[in-house]
Design a protein around this ligand. Sequence first.
Ligand code: H79
Length: 482
Amino acid sequence: MKVNIMKTVAAAILAAMMISPVVRAASQEINETKEQRDARMAWWRDARFGMFVHWGLYSGLAGTWDGKPVGTKGGMEWIQQRVKVDTDTYAKRAIPLFKPSPDFAREWAKLAREAGCRYIVFTTKHHDGFALHNSRVSDYDAGSVLNRDLVKEIVDAARAEGLRVGFYHSVIDWHHDQYEYARSKQLPHPLKGKPYPNGERTHAKYLDYLHGEVNELVSNYGVVDVLWWDYSAQDFQGDEAWKAFELMQKVREKQPAIIMNNRLFRSQEAGWSSMGTAGYIPRLDPKHGDFITPEQHIPATGMPGIDWETCMTLNTTWGYSEHDKAWKSDETLIRNLIDIASKGGNYLLNIGPKGDGSVPEESIKSMHAIGAWMKINGESIYGTSASPFEKLTWGRCTQKSQAGGKTRLYLHVFDWPTDKTLVLPGLVNKPAKAVMLTDSRSLNVTTCDNRVTIAIPVEAPDKIATVIALDIEGLPKVIKPQ
Ligand code: H79
């Protein structure tokens, strides 16, 4: 009997050895046809506009430490790193100020819907390591500290408003006693340069915890539409840092349709040219993720053939700061959304709620201004693709295919011409009709010498962006104007 068991075990080990290289290779391969991928990405590509939320223990601190502002600009979700304190010191001050109201999540979800966002991505855990769900693998979580599962509250509220839901999850973790922060020179840590307070650390134990928390997140909250990893460095990334391929595969097993960004990696083939927020290149092997994430910037010419999403703040911080007054204007925000859509990308616009979960008044106003514009002009953003024009002097363009082989071009006019004509240089298609979305007014269209000219009123109906929907025959054909 014993011998037989031994034989079976030996056979099993042998079999595992033989198939393991195949399994490992398979874990990196994406077994998906282009059609399957397009179907999986479809809702995300159509959505074009999402709401990002940065909210955690740092939110109650509000950019203040020892009664003084830590700064007036920049990410105050990094406050623990900025003041360089250990987790005990940080948590002792931050926890009493983190007091979520009963209704906070419904407020966010309503705001996102009113703004015209189709999805919401929120911080399930930021770099400080405090998890918003009820975790079995950590005591530094909302379940242990507040006896609440804030992830569940947010997911339920978002679903009730018809929004898709994404989880931001930091793979950097400043609280965990096995996180070997000395392994990277580039990744931040509040105790950087100092020896580990607890002596030896074992990175493998940290990875068990990281994978454990992610497993809870993708197992206990129904369908998760997006996983937004943050982040890796050139000197610490991918498999070495996070057992990235295994992590992604485990996530996909639980959530086959999930869409993930590329931030478990930072290499050329994963779309990174360097560190920094401008270091992106239009290149992405799908095994590293589904989309590229320019942070606080819009790529000059988009990223043809690649899915990308620009994330941006409303002022200059992601996590709430009572000192940051550098709010972007409605004009900037709306034009950024249009600019991004005209380049074929998504806009993930951030709010940083306060410690009680309430959204700053300025942010509510901005989101409502975008919502008012989207209510009239949303069809020029949702489900559109990038402009066929290289450049337009007066604004931007998006496009959508129509029934009967027509294409609808959405002309977003930023700088309203003073001569009552809007010219589309180099457009050779036959125009069918032009309508202003603001008031459904029809406009006269003429065509001559490879340029389409639309007669427009003297005054711009919308000073920020007036949209004219122009239907043309066939797919747009633009030639270089002589
Ligand atoms: O979660 C948000 C940032 O906290 C995180 N990604 C977004 C979505 C992020 N982590 N690192 N970085 C972004 C890049 C580094 C940014 C820095 Fe700074 C600029 C580090 C120091 C200056 C911003 C301002 C963060 C701290 C101060």
